[in-house]
Each structure stands twice: as structure tokens, then as C-alpha cells.
Design a protein around this ligand. Sequence first.
Ligand SMILES: [Zn+2]
Length: 271
Amino acid sequence: MNIIGIPALVGTYDNYIWVLHQSQNAWVVDPGESDQVIDFLYKNSLTLKGILITHAHHDHVNGIAALKTAFADAIVYGPADAQTAGVEIGLKEGDQLELTPNFELKVLETPGHTLDHLAYYNDNALFCGDTLFTAGCGRKFTGSYAQFADSILKLRQLDETTGFYCAHEYTLTNLKFAYLVEPENPALIERIRTTRIDYPQIHQGAQSTIAEENATNPFLRFDTPAIKAKLLQRGAVDTSESLFKTLRLWKDELDQSGELDHIDLTSLSVS
Ligand SMILES: [Zn+2]
């Protein structure tokens, strides 16, 4: 299976629309726009077979209607209660989608960012929408902090070699927050030193792996001794819910104040 990330809503939300294609068939994940996706499919003589939705926020679903106009036979899969957004077949935890005989995706329920958020995965790839980002995670909207923490713990257990595909390009800001939280983590320093973002170029292959996220993403590490100690100091109690919530609110606070903009990681980077 070939997997590429097509940039969408560049400059506002900086999304990726993931396109999976093999032979002449294609599937897309979270089309927040459509023109660039239709162009790509036509140019490569691909037929759209299916659209996979992680959750019904507009930057993930606004391209569905035009894609359906161009490819009427494409089936739209996603959270069962997202029918108004265009979802035709509702999915739940444990459901499986066979894209090709050797590429099947399993469905995980990962509530937190929204109440009805889904992730799709197999041994090669995880499409986690806005649950996790490279070096970060989504904001909490309609789900609860307890659900969000449980969803992250679920994703943390996936096979370490699984390729990581999230719905936004927020890596550099996320790395600044990660560095603030855990400046003593050598794997994180190495990630900062070597990360090169060429967004909005088309992204080839996975952004990261579960192993890399487990080693460097603070939202997958909220219960490691170093981070936990800082969160307890900030008023958390020793539960997944409270540790995660304290970490998420810390990031929200810095996002709002614009403070992360002033952190310069270039001294750590390879020039
Ligand atoms: Zn969202």
C-alpha cells in the first residue's frame, strides 16, 4: 500500500489528508478539502473506493460531498453518529475494513478530542486523526479527560514499528512544548536535532512511529517518573486522568499565551 499526505487548509489548520493507494484503487482519510485530492486521483488514474472519517470536525469532513460527486461509488465510513457529516457506514471498536486482501484496517474507539473519535490501524499504520499528533495530542472538546487518557494508553500499546499518521502538521510547536516538559530526555533532543518539516509539500510515508512517539511525545509519557513529578507539582494527583488533564491544560495555557512562539529550538538543531 502506498500512503501519502496531501496538505489541506494550509495556513489555517495545516491538515494532512492521507491517501492510500494500490493498483488503481484509492482510499482517503479525513478529507477537509477536495480539489487537491481529486486532482491527485485523476492525475494518477486512481478510483476512490472509500473515505475514512475519524471524527466530524469540519476540517476533516468538508471535502466529502465533492469527492462523492466525483466518485459516486466511494463509501464513507466513520463514527455512527456522524451521518449529517456524510458518513454512510457507522463503525465501532473491533470492526475491520478490508481495503485489499493484504491490507485490512481495524477500528479503535479513541474518545477524548471528541466523544465519537475513531482511529484506524494495522501492523503498518495508525491513522489517529486528532487524538495524537507528532510530539503532541489534540485538544479536549466533547470527550472527557478520563476518556482521552484511556485512548492514549490504548494507542501507546500498539506495535512499536507501526507507522504514525496524524491529521495535522503541528510538529514544531509540539516539540517546543515537549522540550519545556522534558528537556532532559535524550531521545527528544535527538528528535529536535533531526526533525525537518517540508510542509506544505506532499508527505511521503509515515510521519513517525509508535516507538518514536512513545520515546518523545509527552502525552504518551505523562506517567513516566520525570514528567509525573512535574505534573504532581502542578497540582495533579496520581491517576491517569489527572496527570493527563494537568499536562493538557498546561499546553492549552501556553497555546493561549503565545509563549511557545518565543522558545527557540534552533540551537539544538543540526544546521
Ligand atoms: Zn478535530
